[in-house]
Design a protein around this ligand. Sequence first.
Ligand code: A3P
Ligand code: MG
Ligand code: MG
Ligand code: MG
Length: 348
Amino acid sequence: MVEWVHTRIHPKKVQKVLLQSDVQSKSDKSPVTVADYGSQALVSYILEKELPSESFSLVAEEDSGDLRNDGSQEVLQRIRELMNDTLASDGENKVLSAEDVLTAIDSGKSEGGPLGRHWVLDPIDGTKGFVRGHQYAIALALLDEGKVVLGVLGCPNLPLASIANTDQSSSQNQVGCLFYATIGSGTYMQSLDGSSHKKSPVAIQVHVSAIENPAEASFFESFEAAHTTFSLSGSIATKLGVKAPPVRIDSQAKYGALSRGDGAIYLRFPHKGYREKIWDHAAGCIVVTEAGAVVSDAAGKPLDFSKGKFLDLDTGIIVTNQKLMPLLLKAVQDSLREASSPPTGPSL
Ligand SMILES: Nc1ncnc2c1ncn2[C@@H]1O[C@H](COP(=O)(O)O)[C@@H](OP(=O)(O)O)[C@H]1O
Ligand SMILES: [Mg+2]
Ligand SMILES: [Mg+2]
Ligand SMILES: [Mg+2]
């Protein structure tokens, strides 16, 4: 199952088109590109084709609404060309019409929930990073009775070597990682293009950092200030005695990098009112958990993927190894308390 997902998703082909494409704006002002739509259409089309016997349910980020407007003909045409080129290079004879593309995108309209099986797709996670030429990920997971049982994370711009090393060794030039995990079977990483790498000729099992002293830990957070509260993560890091500056990268590549021990902690504290979506965390969550991490909200509760499209959680998402989690949780809760009731100065 995982194997055919690997061979079909070729994000680098999509990336080339992205560089020439217009970036559209969704109704919530967030960006979406032909690559987001193309990736969703492709993954949805292939999954449905490969799983004919199963009742197919896909919860995916994008929908075809804006593409059906009169002004979107050109963009739709580009997505169609991109998809047909990719299918042709994969030996597929069928040429898809514009309507086929829209239908494939809209296959991702399922609401998910606690019953049965649902695929969960973020066709391009970290679109802002993608547009900037930074990190992004293609994230696919499978829910079974509300639990994530499989996750695949393609990170086309992530170096195969650890990003913890600041010296730009030659292996930093080799980019493109594929992480995958199935429940109870660990997490594996291989090069995205299938080429051999001296460290990972085929696939290697990866593990999170075993650091026990928080002063030696480094932490990941979003690149985008709008996606997390830097002042809060700064306060948590100070309480833990973390010396290294934060590593700010886009997308679920953070979960992938964490799963192989490039850093020890991931902190995500969205601003008030933001509701996290399952496709932003499902694949990353199983990839990092199967590598030995604990993922929880600020109350210490595991993420619940059974509630539909949204994660219903108490403030924030935190990830680290089992040893560090109790210390991290205390630092998080102390910092949140202080942020909600800042200490008052002495009265005059
Ligand atoms: N205000 C906000 N707070 C937290 N996350 C947000 C946000 N606005 C958008 N996001 C989500 O953050 C994701 C990117 O996360 P990161 O900051 O780790 O790169 C986006 O995924 P997409 O790029 O798939 O839309 C989007 O779903
Ligand atoms: Mg988006
Ligand atoms: Mg996303
Ligand atoms: Mg996305």
